[in-house]
Design a binder for this molecule. Structure first.
Ligand code: NI
Ligand code: MN
Length: 225
């Protein structure tokens, strides 16, 4: 299984010819490592409706025919926008695909789509190729991260560290401790001036105080599990 960081909060997971995109905000993303016209997708998973997450979901889904998973209120908007293969769980729900599964878990944040649909933000637990990936979405630090880490053996946590709109790199150290993932990949930082932070300091702090290994990926870089 391979993880490619596409910039900001966007990731591409690939295994055995299957491509899963998470939060494909590429158009208008100053750190985008690929364009919406070139990425492949069998499935697109959306943590919440903010523009920097729902991003190019509709265009990529229409071009590729990818299945799209998002919380029910966003799912309804996607259907209305002409996306044909939509999966619409709510928090706590797990959806099975031919390639694996995706589950929505709580995240503390707010969310309205660019079109005005109010929705509850989420994190995603994705199982692909025998690995469990936890994308935290745009959450603040909260106590149930520990519960999520206890319930799921997380191989890789994709974790926001930029602050301002999400938890910052200091809160994220505590989040990493609570989740207990084998590996942590930071995201949602350095895209815009408000979320510039020191990823190397985050890496040092996590590795000095938890058992997790931190993998800092530049946009476009891959990590193989
Ligand atoms: Ni957001
Ligand atoms: Mn965001």
């Amino acid at each position: 299984m391979e993880i490619r960081f596409l910039g900001h909060s966007a990731f591409e997971l690939t295994h055995d010819g299957v491509t899963v995109l998470i939060d494909p905000f590429l158009t208008g993303n100053p750190k985008a490592a690929a364009s919406a016209e070139e990425v492949a997708a069998d499935a697109i998973l959306v943590t919440h409706g903010h523009g920097d997450h729902i991003g190019d979901t509709v265009a990529i889904a229409k071009r590729t025919g990818a299945a799209v998973l998002a919380i029910v209120e966003i799912a309804e908007e996607l259907r209305a926008d002409g996306v044909e293969n939509v999966r619409d769980p709510n928090l706590g729900g797990t959806v099975s695909f031919e390639w694996g599964s995706a589950k929505l878990v709580p995240a503390w944040h707010t969310s309205t789509t660019p079109k005005g649909t109010v929705n509850t933000p989420a994190g995603l637990i994705v199982v692909l190729g025998g690995s469990t990936i936890y994308h935290l979405g745009d959450t603040a630090l909260f106590g149930d991260l520990e519960l999520i880490g206890r319930r799921h053996a997380i191989d890789v946590a994709l974790m926001p560290i930029g602050g301002h709109y999400t938890m910052d790199r200091h809160d994220a150290v505590e989040a990493a401790r609570m989740i207990g993932a084998r590996k942590v990949i930071p995201c949602h930082y350095d895209t815009f001036p408000a979320i510039v932070t020191d990823a190397a300091a985050f890496q040092a702090d996590v590795e000095n105080s938890t058992a997790s290994e931190v993998i800092v990926l530049a946009p476009g870089e891959r990590h193989a599990l």
